[in-house]
Design a protein around this ligand. Structure first.
Ligand code: C2O
Ligand code: CU
Length: 466
Protein backbone atom coordinates (compact mmCIF):
# COMPACT_ATOMS: atom_id res chain seq x y z
CA UNK A 1 0.00 0.00 0.00
CA UNK A 2 1.16 3.53 -0.77
CA UNK A 3 1.10 4.66 2.89
CA UNK A 4 3.63 2.03 3.95
CA UNK A 5 6.82 3.65 2.73
CA UNK A 6 10.09 1.80 2.95
CA UNK A 7 11.46 1.86 6.53
CA UNK A 8 8.33 3.53 7.88
CA UNK A 9 6.81 2.06 11.03
CA UNK A 10 3.04 2.26 11.20
CA UNK A 11 0.85 2.02 14.29
CA UNK A 12 -1.07 -1.26 14.33
CA UNK A 13 -4.43 0.29 13.57
CA UNK A 14 -3.14 2.27 10.64
CA UNK A 15 -1.45 -0.83 9.34
CA UNK A 16 -4.69 -2.82 9.61
CA UNK A 17 -6.64 -0.25 7.65
CA UNK A 18 -3.85 0.00 5.08
CA UNK A 19 -4.08 -3.76 4.63
CA UNK A 20 -7.86 -3.78 4.40
CA UNK A 21 -7.61 -1.34 1.48
CA UNK A 22 -6.50 -4.26 -0.64
CA UNK A 23 -9.37 -5.62 -2.71
CA UNK A 24 -10.94 -8.95 -1.76
CA UNK A 25 -9.24 -11.92 -3.37
CA UNK A 26 -10.80 -13.72 -6.30
CA UNK A 27 -9.38 -17.20 -6.89
CA UNK A 28 -7.80 -17.03 -10.36
CA UNK A 29 -9.83 -18.73 -13.10
CA UNK A 30 -12.68 -19.67 -10.75
CA UNK A 31 -15.34 -17.57 -12.49
CA UNK A 32 -16.78 -18.50 -15.90
CA UNK A 33 -16.26 -15.83 -18.56
CA UNK A 34 -19.41 -13.71 -18.67
CA UNK A 35 -20.73 -13.01 -22.16
CA UNK A 36 -22.65 -9.71 -22.12
CA UNK A 37 -26.30 -10.27 -23.10
CA UNK A 38 -27.28 -9.41 -26.67
CA UNK A 39 -29.84 -6.60 -26.65
CA UNK A 40 -33.15 -7.57 -28.24
CA UNK A 41 -35.06 -5.01 -30.30
CA UNK A 42 -38.31 -3.77 -28.75
CA UNK A 43 -39.79 -3.51 -32.21
CA UNK A 44 -38.53 -3.98 -35.74
CA UNK A 45 -39.73 -2.29 -38.88
CA UNK A 46 -38.75 -3.01 -42.47
CA UNK A 47 -35.64 -0.88 -42.30
CA UNK A 48 -34.80 -0.45 -38.63
CA UNK A 49 -34.57 -2.17 -35.26
CA UNK A 50 -35.71 -0.16 -32.25
CA UNK A 51 -33.95 -0.67 -28.93
CA UNK A 52 -34.34 0.73 -25.45
CA UNK A 53 -31.62 1.23 -22.91
CA UNK A 54 -31.61 2.74 -19.45
CA UNK A 55 -28.48 4.33 -18.04
CA UNK A 56 -28.71 3.47 -14.38
CA UNK A 57 -26.74 2.82 -11.21
CA UNK A 58 -26.75 -0.89 -10.35
CA UNK A 59 -24.59 -3.48 -8.64
CA UNK A 60 -22.28 -6.04 -10.19
CA UNK A 61 -21.05 -9.32 -8.72
CA UNK A 62 -17.30 -8.95 -9.23
CA UNK A 63 -16.17 -10.38 -5.87
CA UNK A 64 -17.81 -13.45 -4.32
CA UNK A 65 -20.61 -12.41 -1.95
CA UNK A 66 -20.13 -8.66 -2.53
CA UNK A 67 -22.19 -6.15 -4.47
CA UNK A 68 -20.04 -3.58 -6.27
CA UNK A 69 -21.79 -0.31 -7.10
CA UNK A 70 -21.40 0.50 -10.78
CA UNK A 71 -23.04 2.51 -13.56
CA UNK A 72 -24.67 0.44 -16.26
CA UNK A 73 -26.66 0.26 -19.43
CA UNK A 74 -29.69 -1.88 -18.52
CA UNK A 75 -28.10 -3.15 -15.32
CA UNK A 76 -25.37 -4.99 -17.25
CA UNK A 77 -21.64 -4.51 -16.50
CA UNK A 78 -20.38 -4.04 -19.19
CA UNK A 79 -23.48 -3.07 -21.15
CA UNK A 80 -25.40 -5.41 -23.46
CA UNK A 81 -23.98 -6.13 -26.91
CA UNK A 82 -25.90 -4.60 -29.80
CA UNK A 83 -25.70 -6.69 -32.97
CA UNK A 84 -26.65 -4.81 -36.12
CA UNK A 85 -26.69 -5.56 -39.82
CA UNK A 86 -25.22 -3.27 -42.42
CA UNK A 87 -28.03 -1.47 -44.23
CA UNK A 88 -30.49 -1.85 -41.34
CA UNK A 89 -30.66 1.13 -39.02
CA UNK A 90 -30.73 0.86 -35.24
CA UNK A 91 -32.73 3.42 -33.27
CA UNK A 92 -31.78 3.36 -29.61
CA UNK A 93 -33.91 5.14 -27.03
CA UNK A 94 -31.77 5.90 -24.00
CA UNK A 95 -33.29 6.99 -20.69
CA UNK A 96 -30.99 8.51 -18.08
CA UNK A 97 -31.73 7.32 -14.55
CA UNK A 98 -28.50 8.70 -13.10
CA UNK A 99 -28.24 11.97 -11.22
CA UNK A 100 -25.74 13.34 -13.75
CA UNK A 101 -26.00 14.01 -17.50
CA UNK A 102 -25.16 11.22 -19.93
CA UNK A 103 -24.18 11.27 -23.59
CA UNK A 104 -23.92 8.06 -25.60
CA UNK A 105 -21.26 7.95 -28.28
CA UNK A 106 -21.04 5.04 -30.70
CA UNK A 107 -17.28 4.87 -31.14
CA UNK A 108 -16.14 4.23 -34.70
CA UNK A 109 -19.54 4.85 -36.23
CA UNK A 110 -20.63 6.88 -39.19
CA UNK A 111 -23.50 8.88 -37.65
CA UNK A 112 -25.16 12.28 -37.96
CA UNK A 113 -23.93 14.87 -35.42
CA UNK A 114 -27.20 14.81 -33.48
CA UNK A 115 -26.69 11.11 -32.76
CA UNK A 116 -22.97 11.33 -32.04
CA UNK A 117 -23.17 12.00 -28.30
CA UNK A 118 -21.27 15.29 -28.43
CA UNK A 119 -20.11 16.25 -24.89
CA UNK A 120 -22.68 19.06 -24.56
CA UNK A 121 -25.47 17.17 -26.29
CA UNK A 122 -26.47 15.28 -23.18
CA UNK A 123 -29.48 13.46 -21.75
CA UNK A 124 -30.50 15.18 -18.52
CA UNK A 125 -31.32 13.10 -15.47
CA UNK A 126 -34.82 11.68 -15.94
CA UNK A 127 -34.91 12.44 -19.67
CA UNK A 128 -34.74 10.19 -22.74
CA UNK A 129 -33.54 10.62 -26.30
CA UNK A 130 -33.24 8.67 -29.52
CA UNK A 131 -29.94 7.87 -31.14
CA UNK A 132 -30.15 6.94 -34.79
CA UNK A 133 -27.42 4.64 -36.13
CA UNK A 134 -27.62 4.08 -39.89
CA UNK A 135 -25.19 1.09 -39.91
CA UNK A 136 -24.18 2.06 -43.43
CA UNK A 137 -20.53 1.16 -42.89
CA UNK A 138 -18.78 -2.20 -43.39
CA UNK A 139 -18.94 -4.92 -40.73
CA UNK A 140 -16.95 -3.93 -37.64
CA UNK A 141 -16.54 -4.23 -33.90
CA UNK A 142 -17.55 -0.86 -32.48
CA UNK A 143 -18.32 0.07 -28.89
CA UNK A 144 -20.52 2.58 -27.17
CA UNK A 145 -19.64 4.64 -24.13
CA UNK A 146 -20.54 7.76 -22.20
CA UNK A 147 -19.17 11.07 -23.50
CA UNK A 148 -20.72 13.73 -21.20
CA UNK A 149 -18.48 16.78 -20.95
CA UNK A 150 -15.78 16.48 -18.32
CA UNK A 151 -17.29 13.44 -16.59
CA UNK A 152 -16.84 10.78 -19.28
CA UNK A 153 -13.67 9.45 -17.66
CA UNK A 154 -15.48 8.75 -14.38
CA UNK A 155 -18.71 7.51 -15.94
CA UNK A 156 -16.92 5.16 -18.30
CA UNK A 157 -14.72 3.96 -15.44
CA UNK A 158 -17.82 3.21 -13.38
CA UNK A 159 -19.16 1.04 -16.17
CA UNK A 160 -20.79 2.90 -19.08
CA UNK A 161 -19.44 0.84 -21.99
CA UNK A 162 -20.71 -1.89 -24.27
CA UNK A 163 -19.91 -3.68 -27.52
CA UNK A 164 -21.69 -2.85 -30.79
CA UNK A 165 -21.16 -5.26 -33.65
CA UNK A 166 -22.08 -4.62 -37.27
CA UNK A 167 -22.20 -7.64 -39.56
CA UNK A 168 -22.79 -7.79 -43.29
CA UNK A 169 -23.36 -10.39 -45.99
CA UNK A 170 -19.91 -9.95 -47.57
CA UNK A 171 -18.30 -10.84 -44.24
CA UNK A 172 -20.77 -13.70 -43.59
CA UNK A 173 -19.75 -15.18 -46.95
CA UNK A 174 -16.16 -15.52 -45.70
CA UNK A 175 -17.34 -18.16 -43.18
CA UNK A 176 -15.26 -16.90 -40.27
CA UNK A 177 -16.10 -18.50 -36.90
CA UNK A 178 -19.56 -17.37 -35.82
CA UNK A 179 -22.31 -17.94 -33.28
CA UNK A 180 -21.01 -19.24 -29.94
CA UNK A 181 -17.51 -19.22 -31.45
CA UNK A 182 -17.58 -15.43 -31.96
CA UNK A 183 -16.98 -13.74 -28.61
CA UNK A 184 -16.55 -10.08 -27.65
CA UNK A 185 -13.98 -9.43 -24.92
CA UNK A 186 -14.35 -6.02 -23.28
CA UNK A 187 -11.16 -5.42 -21.31
CA UNK A 188 -10.65 -2.63 -18.76
CA UNK A 189 -8.85 -2.01 -15.50
CA UNK A 190 -9.96 -0.64 -12.13
CA UNK A 191 -8.95 -0.01 -8.55
CA UNK A 192 -11.08 -1.61 -5.82
CA UNK A 193 -11.11 -0.93 -2.08
CA UNK A 194 -11.30 -3.48 0.72
CA UNK A 195 -15.09 -3.65 0.37
CA UNK A 196 -14.88 -4.41 -3.32
CA UNK A 197 -16.04 -0.92 -4.32
CA UNK A 198 -14.57 1.00 -7.25
CA UNK A 199 -12.07 3.66 -6.26
CA UNK A 200 -12.25 6.61 -8.62
CA UNK A 201 -9.44 9.10 -8.95
CA UNK A 202 -8.86 11.00 -12.18
CA UNK A 203 -5.60 10.20 -13.93
CA UNK A 204 -4.65 7.56 -11.36
CA UNK A 205 -3.67 4.88 -13.84
CA UNK A 206 -0.90 3.45 -11.65
CA UNK A 207 -3.34 2.30 -8.97
CA UNK A 208 -5.79 0.57 -11.32
CA UNK A 209 -4.17 -2.81 -10.95
CA UNK A 210 -7.13 -5.11 -11.40
CA UNK A 211 -8.05 -6.01 -14.97
CA UNK A 212 -11.56 -7.16 -15.85
CA UNK A 213 -12.63 -9.13 -18.91
CA UNK A 214 -16.35 -8.73 -19.61
CA UNK A 215 -16.67 -7.49 -16.03
CA UNK A 216 -14.95 -10.47 -14.38
CA UNK A 217 -11.55 -10.84 -12.74
CA UNK A 218 -9.46 -13.60 -14.34
CA UNK A 219 -12.40 -15.60 -15.71
CA UNK A 220 -12.10 -18.96 -17.41
CA UNK A 221 -13.75 -20.24 -20.58
CA UNK A 222 -13.98 -23.84 -21.83
CA UNK A 223 -13.20 -24.00 -25.52
CA UNK A 224 -13.61 -26.74 -28.09
CA UNK A 225 -10.72 -27.79 -30.29
CA UNK A 226 -11.63 -25.60 -33.25
CA UNK A 227 -11.35 -21.98 -34.38
CA UNK A 228 -12.75 -19.06 -32.38
CA UNK A 229 -13.15 -15.44 -33.38
CA UNK A 230 -12.44 -13.02 -30.52
CA UNK A 231 -13.39 -9.35 -30.70
CA UNK A 232 -10.95 -7.54 -28.44
CA UNK A 233 -11.96 -4.11 -27.15
CA UNK A 234 -9.65 -2.07 -24.93
CA UNK A 235 -12.24 -0.21 -22.84
CA UNK A 236 -9.75 0.96 -20.19
CA UNK A 237 -9.39 4.66 -19.43
CA UNK A 238 -5.62 4.62 -19.78
CA UNK A 239 -4.17 1.09 -19.73
CA UNK A 240 -2.31 -0.10 -22.84
CA UNK A 241 -2.60 -3.82 -23.59
CA UNK A 242 -0.17 -6.08 -25.39
CA UNK A 243 -2.10 -9.30 -25.67
CA UNK A 244 -0.37 -12.63 -26.12
CA UNK A 245 -1.06 -16.28 -25.40
CA UNK A 246 0.73 -18.43 -22.84
CA UNK A 247 1.95 -20.99 -23.89
CA UNK A 248 3.22 -18.71 -26.63
CA UNK A 249 1.34 -19.25 -29.86
CA UNK A 250 0.51 -17.02 -32.82
CA UNK A 251 -2.94 -15.58 -33.36
CA UNK A 252 -4.46 -14.53 -36.67
CA UNK A 253 -5.55 -10.91 -36.72
CA UNK A 254 -8.40 -10.36 -39.18
CA UNK A 255 -9.78 -6.94 -38.26
CA UNK A 256 -8.82 -3.59 -36.81
CA UNK A 257 -10.91 -0.73 -35.38
CA UNK A 258 -13.28 -0.18 -38.29
CA UNK A 259 -13.53 -3.67 -39.77
CA UNK A 260 -11.68 -6.33 -41.70
CA UNK A 261 -8.08 -6.01 -42.80
CA UNK A 262 -7.29 -6.66 -46.47
CA UNK A 263 -5.87 -10.04 -45.50
CA UNK A 264 -5.26 -11.96 -42.27
CA UNK A 265 -1.98 -11.35 -40.48
CA UNK A 266 -0.37 -13.96 -38.23
CA UNK A 267 1.05 -12.32 -35.14
CA UNK A 268 2.64 -13.31 -31.82
CA UNK A 269 0.87 -10.47 -29.98
CA UNK A 270 -1.70 -7.73 -30.49
CA UNK A 271 -1.16 -4.28 -29.03
CA UNK A 272 -4.25 -2.28 -28.19
CA UNK A 273 -4.31 1.07 -26.46
CA UNK A 274 -7.53 2.51 -25.04
CA UNK A 275 -10.43 2.36 -27.53
CA UNK A 276 -8.53 0.30 -30.11
CA UNK A 277 -10.07 -2.98 -31.25
CA UNK A 278 -8.83 -6.06 -33.02
CA UNK A 279 -10.52 -9.23 -34.11
CA UNK A 280 -8.40 -12.35 -33.89
CA UNK A 281 -8.90 -15.98 -34.72
CA UNK A 282 -7.35 -18.61 -32.47
CA UNK A 283 -7.32 -22.22 -33.60
CA UNK A 284 -7.55 -24.22 -30.38
CA UNK A 285 -7.29 -27.53 -32.29
CA UNK A 286 -3.51 -27.12 -32.16
CA UNK A 287 -3.49 -27.50 -28.36
CA UNK A 288 -3.87 -30.94 -26.74
CA UNK A 289 -7.01 -31.47 -24.69
CA UNK A 290 -6.40 -30.35 -21.12
CA UNK A 291 -4.18 -27.42 -22.09
CA UNK A 292 -4.83 -24.16 -20.26
CA UNK A 293 -4.12 -21.27 -22.61
CA UNK A 294 -3.84 -17.93 -20.82
CA UNK A 295 -4.51 -14.61 -22.50
CA UNK A 296 -1.92 -12.27 -21.00
CA UNK A 297 -1.16 -8.58 -21.05
CA UNK A 298 2.61 -8.37 -21.42
CA UNK A 299 2.77 -4.60 -21.91
CA UNK A 300 4.91 -3.92 -18.83
CA UNK A 301 6.74 -7.24 -18.91
CA UNK A 302 6.49 -9.84 -16.14
CA UNK A 303 5.48 -7.17 -13.60
CA UNK A 304 2.38 -6.03 -15.52
CA UNK A 305 -0.46 -5.68 -12.99
CA UNK A 306 -3.22 -8.14 -13.73
CA UNK A 307 -1.00 -9.79 -16.31
CA UNK A 308 -3.09 -12.96 -16.61
CA UNK A 309 -6.44 -11.84 -18.00
CA UNK A 310 -8.37 -14.92 -19.04
CA UNK A 311 -7.93 -18.68 -19.22
CA UNK A 312 -9.09 -20.85 -22.09
CA UNK A 313 -9.52 -24.50 -21.05
CA UNK A 314 -9.05 -26.60 -24.15
CA UNK A 315 -11.25 -29.70 -23.90
CA UNK A 316 -12.18 -32.81 -25.85
CA UNK A 317 -11.08 -34.14 -29.20
CA UNK A 318 -10.74 -32.08 -32.38
CA UNK A 319 -14.25 -31.21 -33.59
CA UNK A 320 -15.62 -30.64 -37.07
CA UNK A 321 -15.05 -27.00 -37.96
CA UNK A 322 -16.32 -25.60 -41.23
CA UNK A 323 -15.16 -22.07 -40.44
CA UNK A 324 -12.26 -20.71 -42.47
CA UNK A 325 -9.86 -17.78 -42.51
CA UNK A 326 -9.57 -16.95 -46.21
CA UNK A 327 -6.29 -15.61 -47.59
CA UNK A 328 -8.07 -12.47 -48.73
CA UNK A 329 -10.63 -10.70 -46.57
CA UNK A 330 -11.62 -7.71 -48.66
CA UNK A 331 -10.53 -4.88 -50.95
CA UNK A 332 -9.47 -1.81 -49.01
CA UNK A 333 -10.50 1.63 -50.08
CA UNK A 334 -8.00 4.05 -51.62
CA UNK A 335 -8.21 7.22 -49.52
CA UNK A 336 -6.73 9.40 -52.24
CA UNK A 337 -4.12 12.14 -52.13
CA UNK A 338 -4.18 14.75 -49.36
CA UNK A 339 -4.97 18.32 -50.32
CA UNK A 340 -4.43 19.69 -46.80
CA UNK A 341 -1.67 18.91 -44.29
CA UNK A 342 -2.07 19.76 -40.62
CA UNK A 343 0.04 19.46 -37.51
CA UNK A 344 -1.81 18.57 -34.32
CA UNK A 345 0.14 18.81 -31.07
CA UNK A 346 -0.78 16.71 -28.04
CA UNK A 347 0.95 17.90 -24.86
CA UNK A 348 0.49 19.16 -21.32
CA UNK A 349 -0.17 22.89 -21.36
CA UNK A 350 2.86 25.11 -20.64
CA UNK A 351 1.90 25.51 -16.96
CA UNK A 352 1.56 21.72 -16.71
CA UNK A 353 -1.97 21.85 -15.27
CA UNK A 354 -4.04 20.18 -17.99
CA UNK A 355 -3.74 18.14 -21.16
CA UNK A 356 -4.00 20.29 -24.29
CA UNK A 357 -4.38 20.04 -28.05
CA UNK A 358 -2.37 22.74 -29.82
CA UNK A 359 -1.84 24.40 -26.44
CA UNK A 360 -5.55 24.90 -25.80
CA UNK A 361 -7.95 23.39 -23.29
CA UNK A 362 -11.12 21.94 -24.75
CA UNK A 363 -13.97 24.36 -25.18
CA UNK A 364 -16.91 22.25 -26.33
CA UNK A 365 -18.44 25.32 -28.02
CA UNK A 366 -15.35 26.33 -29.99
CA UNK A 367 -14.68 25.07 -33.52
CA UNK A 368 -10.99 24.28 -33.65
CA UNK A 369 -10.73 23.43 -37.32
CA UNK A 370 -12.88 22.97 -40.38
CA UNK A 371 -12.56 20.30 -43.03
CA UNK A 372 -14.37 19.85 -46.30
CA UNK A 373 -16.51 16.83 -46.89
CA UNK A 374 -15.11 14.54 -49.58
CA UNK A 375 -11.51 15.71 -49.23
CA UNK A 376 -8.44 13.86 -47.96
CA UNK A 377 -6.13 15.35 -45.35
CA UNK A 378 -2.77 14.39 -43.90
CA UNK A 379 -2.54 14.90 -40.14
CA UNK A 380 0.83 14.89 -38.44
CA UNK A 381 -0.02 14.19 -34.84
CA UNK A 382 2.81 15.14 -32.51
CA UNK A 383 3.15 13.90 -28.93
CA UNK A 384 5.18 16.72 -27.38
CA UNK A 385 5.19 15.17 -23.90
CA UNK A 386 8.47 13.32 -24.31
CA UNK A 387 9.81 15.06 -21.17
CA UNK A 388 7.00 13.60 -19.05
CA UNK A 389 6.90 10.27 -20.87
CA UNK A 390 3.11 10.58 -21.29
CA UNK A 391 1.56 8.42 -23.99
CA UNK A 392 -1.39 9.82 -25.94
CA UNK A 393 -3.57 8.74 -28.81
CA UNK A 394 -5.63 10.39 -31.52
CA UNK A 395 -9.27 9.50 -32.09
CA UNK A 396 -11.50 11.11 -34.70
CA UNK A 397 -15.24 10.74 -34.63
CA UNK A 398 -17.15 9.91 -37.84
CA UNK A 399 -14.40 8.49 -40.05
CA UNK A 400 -11.96 5.61 -40.38
CA UNK A 401 -8.45 6.69 -41.35
CA UNK A 402 -5.18 5.12 -42.45
CA UNK A 403 -2.11 5.26 -40.20
CA UNK A 404 0.86 5.88 -42.48
CA UNK A 405 3.82 6.04 -40.15
CA UNK A 406 4.97 6.39 -36.58
CA UNK A 407 8.35 7.89 -35.67
CA UNK A 408 9.27 7.86 -39.35
CA UNK A 409 8.54 4.15 -39.82
CA UNK A 410 5.59 2.74 -41.75
CA UNK A 411 3.22 0.90 -39.40
CA UNK A 412 2.31 -2.75 -39.86
CA UNK A 413 -0.71 -3.55 -42.03
CA UNK A 414 -2.55 -4.77 -38.92
CA UNK A 415 -2.70 -1.24 -37.55
CA UNK A 416 -2.85 0.78 -40.75
CA UNK A 417 -6.48 0.65 -41.87
CA UNK A 418 -9.34 0.93 -41.00
CA UNK A 419 -8.52 2.90 -37.84
CA UNK A 420 -10.35 5.47 -35.76
CA UNK A 421 -7.85 5.60 -32.90
CA UNK A 422 -4.07 5.59 -33.27
CA UNK A 423 -1.50 5.45 -30.53
CA UNK A 424 0.96 8.31 -30.26
CA UNK A 425 3.73 7.33 -27.82
CA UNK A 426 5.65 9.95 -25.81
CA UNK A 427 7.80 12.15 -28.01
CA UNK A 428 6.70 10.51 -31.27
CA UNK A 429 4.87 11.75 -34.34
CA UNK A 430 2.21 9.73 -36.13
CA UNK A 431 0.99 10.52 -39.65
CA UNK A 432 -2.55 9.63 -40.56
CA UNK A 433 -4.42 9.95 -43.84
CA UNK A 434 -8.04 10.94 -43.33
CA UNK A 435 -10.72 11.02 -46.00
CA UNK A 436 -13.88 12.79 -44.90
CA UNK A 437 -15.99 10.45 -46.94
CA UNK A 438 -19.08 10.38 -44.72
CA UNK A 439 -22.39 11.70 -46.04
CA UNK A 440 -22.71 13.65 -42.79
CA UNK A 441 -21.52 17.15 -42.04
CA UNK A 442 -21.41 19.12 -38.78
CA UNK A 443 -19.39 19.35 -35.60
CA UNK A 444 -17.56 16.29 -34.31
CA UNK A 445 -14.92 15.96 -31.60
CA UNK A 446 -11.43 14.57 -31.96
CA UNK A 447 -9.35 13.81 -28.90
CA UNK A 448 -6.83 11.73 -27.05
CA UNK A 449 -8.59 8.50 -26.08
CA UNK A 450 -6.99 8.18 -22.69
CA UNK A 451 -10.21 9.26 -20.96
CA UNK A 452 -8.15 10.65 -18.09
CA UNK A 453 -6.68 13.06 -20.63
CA UNK A 454 -9.81 13.87 -22.66
CA UNK A 455 -11.68 14.64 -19.42
CA UNK A 456 -8.81 16.99 -18.56
CA UNK A 457 -9.21 19.03 -21.76
CA UNK A 458 -7.30 17.05 -24.41
CA UNK A 459 -10.13 17.33 -26.90
CA UNK A 460 -11.08 19.60 -29.81
CA UNK A 461 -13.91 20.07 -32.30
CA UNK A 462 -13.75 19.79 -36.05
CA UNK A 463 -16.52 20.99 -38.29
CA UNK A 464 -17.12 19.03 -41.46
CA UNK A 465 -18.40 21.48 -44.07
CA UNK A 466 -20.48 20.46 -47.11
CU1 C2O B 1 -14.54 6.58 -27.89
CU2 C2O B 1 -14.94 10.62 -28.53
O1 C2O B 1 -14.72 8.59 -28.19
CU1 CU C 1 -3.49 11.63 -23.86
Amino acid sequence: SAVAGVGMVLPAQQLASALSDDPPVVTPFSVPLPIPPVLRPVTSSRSADHYEMVVTPATARIFPGLDTRVLTFNGSFPGPTIRSRRGRAAVVKVTNKMSTPAAVHLHGANVAPESDGHPLDTIDPGASRLYHYPNSQPAATLWYHDHAHHVEAEQVYRGLTGAYIISDSETDALRLPSGEFDIPLVIRDAQFDGDGQLVWKLDDFANRKTVLVNGAIQPTHKVKRRKYRLRLINAANSRPLRLALNPASDVIQIASDGGLLGRPVTRPEVELWPAERAEIVIDFSKFPSGTNVILENTFNGPETPGRQLLRFEVTGSVVADDSVVPAKLRDLEDLGTPTVTRRIVLARDPTNTFYAIDGKAYDPKRIDLTVKRGTTELWEVVNDDGQYNFPHSIHLHLVQFRVLERAGQPVGEWEAYPKDTARVPAGQTVKILVKFDSEFTGVYPFHCHFFDHSSMAMMANMQVLP
